[in-house]
Design a binder for this molecule. Sequence first.
Ligand SMILES: O=C(O)Cc1cc(O)ccc1O
Ligand SMILES: [Fe+2]
Length: 437
Amino acid sequence: MANLKYLSGFGSEFSSEDPRRPGSLPDGQNNPQLCPYGLYAEQLSGTAFTAPRNDNRRSWLYRIRPSVIHKPFRRINTAKYLTHNWDEQEPDPNQSRWLPFDLPPADVPVDFVCGLHTVCGAGDARARNGLAIHVYLCNTSMTNSAFYSSDGDMLIVPQQGVLKITTEFGKMEVAPNEIAVIQLGMRFAVHVDGPSRGYILEVFDGHFKLPDLGPIGANGLANPRDFLTPVAHYQEIEVPEFKIISKYHGALFEATQGHTPFDVVAWHGNYVPYKYDLSKFMVINAVAYDHCDPSIFTVLTCQSTKPGVAIADFVIFPPRWSVQEHTFRPPYYHRNCMSEFMGLILGAYEAKEGGFLPGGASLHSTMTPHGPDTKCFEGASNAILKPEKIAVGTQAFMFESSLSMAITKWGAETCQKLDAKYYECWQNLPKLFSDKL
Ligand SMILES: O=C(O)Cc1cc(O)ccc1O
Ligand SMILES: [Fe+2]
């Protein structure tokens, strides 16, 4: 898939046609009586028809066959640990930390869909409010199958292995330190070169947007032009059974059809899959004193209906200069009305240099105290505050949600990665209180 082309921009009205069929995109209308080259027109709606213009998302696909030609969906159980059941475990407000999730053994082929494991979540896809956090742990490419979620938009964060993603809109390649967003209903297939692991944030309502910048101004954080959308690329594959796998109400369903769904010759619209390279993030930080809240590192946000409150924010902790004077520079001690799920793509995270490892995770739930471990506190309290480049060669991230998430049985028990001793990292924080000012 080397040398893939992309369209640049965020939320734009794009159009694309496969160069092998020039003129395949109808000119000046969506529904010609007969489409060019005998194509079928199909609309993919990502918002209600009546959503305000600024929020409205839809695309028109011109394809060899309409998606409706398929046999009935039937329930499958190939992703045993994919769930929306948030009541599997007793509630647990403790700080949770997971060692890196295990990849499947080399002699057991597992593809992206079979490798989906739900770690935690909240809410209900049926009521279109909530989120699920999954990890994918796979080693094999999907063949003659395509996947889509009927429950939500998926923000995919590869941690190990490059994902070659074929979508109805075209192809994209997503490496660790890049992310992809595949929105509700968009069909895709994932090819991998070897063992592949990553995190998925699935939101059951709305779509990801760039955060408002307020006084920051017109530029900065994730810049719109760095978001890349695939260009139209059709395949003409006829097979006895191409599997279309839908995640619907947290369960998997499969329908077969005699052709590939990646048969879109041309498309236009503003409802598209996209990717983003996290190294392009324009970092804003405190340059005088104090630790800024991590919302300054928001890449994308999926807003709830409450102003300024997110169903989930995707936040990163990129390499940056730390220059604050007379300041305890690492993250502060914190209790939060939001839930904080963190993962690590590469390197180490400043507030905890051991135990939180690439491919692992942590969850600090609603109002559960968290913050730097003893070593970090002692080091930063006594450090000489020179300008320092921090987080070099690392990338930690956070899915921060206003919902209070429950951990699944797989996350709590089956994966066997929960670190029962996590709480110990704070137990040796000394009492420093004295009668001296
Ligand atoms: O490490 C964390 O848990 C996330 C976090 C980062 C930060 O910069 C400030 C507060 C916070 O909770
Ligand atoms: Fe926090």
